[in-house]
Design a protein around this ligand. Structure first.
Ligand SMILES: C[S@@+](CC[C@H](N)C(=O)[O-])C[C@H]1O[C@@H](n2cnc3c(N)ncnc32)[C@H](O)[C@@H]1O
Length: 233
């Protein structure tokens, strides 16, 4: 298990708090791109309550969703109906992925890397591309420091904060916010097909929020996929 405070995730999800039912915007795009390229098997890392895994299974993909927290996994399993296509939902951690090399055509890792200790990021990205087959696609989303939530916590180190009570049920979680340069460094061994900073306006409890998050789409290219170096600090 990654050395990161996971308790607020468990506490909130097991009470049904903070669960978003609709898939992430990038999941719709991923489904379109994967269909176009006839990619079939997908690993959804950090699937939480399963919104993306369930959607992709219904769209006809063979989906495995992994989640390190058994309580959260139970919530996801309870949401999978007996009818229709289902994802396989398993206990698993990105730090030590329980799959053989080249097991999947595609990987989805949305809003997960930002909750890992920065020193583990390079290893985790390497793990992801190991289980992805050559020419497979990987989809990532994580916040930029321009996101409204960047102000809602105590700074622990550069661009990493611990969310405070203004983040409601997520207070106590350590979150890292990515810069453009950091993303280029992190994915410097794979082909970046697209890298976008998305702006989304939402209202939480009557308060307007501007979300600013990165959407990154990569392709594993066997000729360039060599390990990246760990960052320290
Ligand atoms: C913000 S939620 C995102 C959930 C989902 N990907 C989505 O888009 O709805 C972050 C999830 O990442 C999971 N997570 C945290 N550390 C992880 C790790 N090392 N490996 C896999 N999942 C992890 C948490 O348990 C939590 O369920």
């Amino acid at each position: 298990m990654a050395e990161v405070s996971q308790r607020p995730w468990e506490a909130a999800y097991s009470k049904g708090v903070g669960i978003v039912e609709r898939p992430a915007f990038l999941t719709y795009l991923a489904a379109e791109m994967m269909k176009r390229e006839t990619l079939k098997s997908v690993l959804d890392i950090g699937c939480a309550a399963g919104r993306n895994s369930v959607f992709l299974a219904r769209e006809g993909f063979d989906v495995v969703g992994i989640e390190p927290q058994s309580t959260i996994l139970e919530v996801a399993r309870s949401k999978v109906s007996d009818e229709g296509a289902k994802p396989r939902l398993l206990l698993g951690d990105l730090v030590d992925l329980p799959f053989k090399e080249s097991s999947f055509d595609a990987v989805l890792c949305l809003y997960v890397l930002m909750f890992l200790p920065v020193v583990k990021l390079a290893t985790c990205v390497r793990n992801i591309f190991q289980v992805l087959r050559d020419s497979g696609m990987a989809f990532f989303a994580f916040y930029s420091p321009e996101d409204a939530s960047f102000e809602m916590g105590e700074c622990l180190h550069e661009n990493t904060i611990r969310w405070d009570r203004r983040m409601g049920p997520w207070a106590g979680i350590e979150a890292h916010y990515f810069t453009h340069e950091e993303i280029l460094h992190l994915f410097n061994t794979v082909e970046i097909l697209s890298l976008h900073l998305v702006t989304q306006r939402e209202t939480h409890d009557g308060v307007p929020h501007v979300h600013r998050f990165w959407q990154v789409i990569c392709r594993k290219d066997s000729t360039t996929c060599t390990p990246v170096k760990e960052r320290t600090g």
